[in-house]
Design a protein around this ligand. Structure first.
Ligand code: 3H9
Length: 646
């Protein structure tokens, strides 16, 4: 079947694109559209053209799978020019998303109308590139410099309702898009046509605008190059003429397309899309989830309840007594209040989502739940008692999940009737925000239950990754190695703040020691103490030395660093230097690059061990865990990608 077909509605031609799954602009589609312009220009009975797409979305952009290959004509910028230069006006009829090259094609059209709920955007910076078919040059001419800078440098799509007042689309319609677009085209023919976007003037911003933007983007980007390069293209679009700006954009696009950062971001793009639908579960049918339960209303349980309610599920929250139920519900309320305060949610939406959660002390309320997630205190006896109750009360086919971080799920499940419905679902705090979900089956877990874990991940908008059983699963095991390796550098005489600064320069928001001060050193300490009490041989860490004198992090006024009261700025601590002096041998002189390479290398080495033991199914899963759970810079592609032999 052809990827482009042409139909007629009187004097209006309707060009329909059908290139599943997302109508990406592969060579065949570009050629098809190019030929359509020629054919319709040559047909005197056609007065206007509607461009519409089949399937789930308008054109979602260039075909990213073509990026590693030599470009084949017709090139996208030429196609956009060709549509713009057509003798008849084209109207882009947008549903789903018009993204990247898709929105650039829409800007080649004389008009853009969008279905209510559709979005438009230029997400290229997320792929380590800049728009390469006039996105940086036409957008400021269409919607002004400020809107263009926001759209291009953030990469975030905007919904039609917001796009219309910005001038990105001419009209928002409801109902049947095809007939609305045909009516729009007919009406447009009755009026003088607006000039093509390339010929519209662009107003320069006020003095200092570019410098301010550059500073803000530089700070946000933390080493990511595409947003700053995109800003440079936008500036050129305002300060040079159209064709010079196009040449500048094209050169920047081609340079970045073959950059290491773009390769890393493409790797993450495809890994994320593959994550939700693992091939080994292709034959397993997920179980339906209509009613969910959460046991435990602490920070983690409340966050999980919010995530479930946000996805539209009714949630039963079970706690051990009335006071704990109230506390759990108030934890949930606080999350929604915070979202309203920050303008992320309307009060009505927050109230509706809150009302989907009911609190109780009675396990019987879980009798009809399809899924129950246990998020109680990390202690084996407490968790087993919960599953004792769940085994008694819940339907035999209900999926029962533990949110343990460190305990062995096999021990938690011991004695549970129908253990094939048991699974570990490891959320990351705050559970309603963090994208990562580690899915940890026990040997008995049925494939359909594992598939249900993945389906839940998709439902909650998370990145689900399957992990095998070992201490810390994938993420916390690598975290442990990372922290131990950072401590080893301190023992060799590398300064604590030099290590943190090196990891920030690498792209992390925080270094390993600052991060521990923020989260508290005591949790990992207690865990080590627990293992020691159980007879395990756990070596004394530098962190242990600090916690033993009460330095648990910011909450105690000091950890690896000192803090002034009410201020989160870390100050290197002479007290810590004294406490640790007997542990430090030498004065290693490593550059920031050497420090980061050493620590990322350690993470990757642990990752390799995890892979060889079968704890992770593929290297890209480890990268996703680090990016979505531990702040690894996305544009580095994750530790496995960053250290792969090239
Ligand atoms: C660009 O346009 C550059 C230009 O400025 C200049 C060029 C000269 N290419 O996400 P989903 C696949 S850069 C190839 O699960 P959804 C995806 O891998 C591009 N394939 O669907 C998956 O494959 P599979 C700028 C693509 O409904 C399938 O489609 N555009 C592309 O949840 C379904 O994907 C973007 O960055 C692509 N461009 O979401 C848009 N996009 O089934 C990226 C998707 O084999 N795309 N695939 O696993 C998206 O954001 C989402 O796919 C979208 C649909 C919102 C459209």
């Amino acid at each position: 079947m052809s990827v482009v077909t042409i139909a007629r509605e009187g004097e209006i031609a309707v060009v329909a694109v059908n290139n599943p799954p997302v109508n990406a602009l592969g060579q065949m589609l570009r050629q098809g559209l190019w030929d359509a312009v020629g054919a319709l220009d040559a047909d005197p009975s056609v007065r206007a053209v509607v461009l519409i797409c089949e399937g789930r979305t308008f054109i979602a952009g260039a075909d990213v799978t073509e990026f590693g290959k030599p470009p084949v004509p017709p090139h996208l910028p030429d196609l956009v020019d060709c549509i713009e230069g057509a003798a008849k006006p084209w109207v882009a009829a947008i549903h789903g998303s018009a993204l990247g090259g898709g929105f650039e094609i829409a800007m080649g059209c004389r008009f853009r109308i969008a279905l209510d709920g559709a979005s438009v955007g230029l997400p290229e910076v997320g792929l380590g590139i800049v728009p390469g078919a006039s996105g940086t040059v036409r957008t400021p001419r269409l919607a002004g410099v400020e809107a263009a800078v926001e759209l291009v440098t953030s990469g975030k799509p905007v919904k039609a309702a917001k796009a219309a007042p910005l001038g990105l689309v001419d009209a928002v319609v409801t109902g049947d898009l095809r007939s609305e677009a045909i009516s729009f085209a007919r009406a447009a023919l009755e009026r003088p046509l607006p000039p093509p976007i390339s010929r519209r003037p662009v107003e320069a911003p006020e003095p200092g605008f570019w410098e301010r933007q550059e500073k803000a983007i530089w700070k946000r980007a933390r080493g990511e190059i595409a947003p700053l390069r995109a800003l440079a293209c936008l500036r050129k679009a305002v300060e040079a003429d159209f064709s010079d700006a196009m040449a500048f954009e094209r050169a920047t696009f081609l340079e970045l397309r073959s950059s290491e950062q773009a390769a890393a971001l493409r790797h993450v793009f495809f890994a994320e899309r593959a994550a939700g639908r693992p091939s080994h579960l292709a034959a397993a049918e997920p179980l339906p989830i209509r009613l969910a339960g959460v046991v435990g209303g602490g920070t983690m349980g409340a966050g999980i309840a919010v995530a479930l309610s946000d996805a539209g599920l009714p949630v039963v929250l079970v706690e051990r007594d009335g006071e704990a139920v109230e506390k759990g519900l108030s934890n949930i309320r606080n999350v929604y209040d915070g979202a309203v305060k920050r303008g992320r949610m309307t009060p009505d939406t927050a109230a509706e989502r809150l009302s989907r959660v009911t609190g109780t002390t009675d396990y019987a309320a879980l009798a009809d739940a399809d899924l129950v997630i246990e998020a109680v205190f990390e202690e084996i006896g407490v968790k087993r008692a919960v599953f004792g109750e769940l085994g008694r009360i819940c339907r035999p086919d209900a999926v029962l999940a533990t949110n343990t971080s460190y305990l062995d799920p096999r021990l938690i499940a011991e004695g549970l009737p129908n253990p094939e419905r048991f699974i570990g679902l490891h959320f990351f705090s705050p559970a309603n925000v963090m994208k990562l979900l580690e899915i940890v089956p026990v040997p008995e877990t049925a494939p359909a239950v594992v598939a249900t874990g993945f389906a839940l991940g998709r439902m909650l908008g998370k990145i689900p990754v399957q992990a095998g059983i070992c201490e810390g699963f994938i993420g916390n095991r690598i975290l442990k190695r990372y922290r131990a390796s950072a401590e080893a550098l301190v023992r060799q005489g590398v300064a604590i703040d030099a290590i943190d600064a090196a990891m920030r320069a690498y792209g992390f928001a925080m270094g390993p020691f600052e991060a521990q001060d923020l989260g508290g050193l005591d949790i990992a300490f207690l865990q080590r103490e627990g293992a020691r009490a159980a007879g395990q041989d756990v070596a004394e860490t530098l962190g242990d030395i600090l916690v033993r004198v009460g330095r648990k992090g910011q909450k105690t006024g000091g950890g690896w660093y000192d803090y002034a009261a009410g201020d989160r700025t870390p100050h290197p601590s002479t007290a810590v230097a004294e406490l640790l002096s007997s542990q430090i041998n030498g004065k290693a002189d490593l550059s920031a690059k050497e420090i980061a390479e050493s620590l990322v290398g350690e993470m990757a080495e642990e990752g390799a061990a995890i892979l060889s033991e079968g704890v992770a199914r593929q290297a890209s899963d480890i990268d996703l865990v680090e990016i979505h759970g531990y702040g690894f810079p996305r544009w580095r592609g994750g530790p496995m990608f960053a250290t792969r032999s090239k």
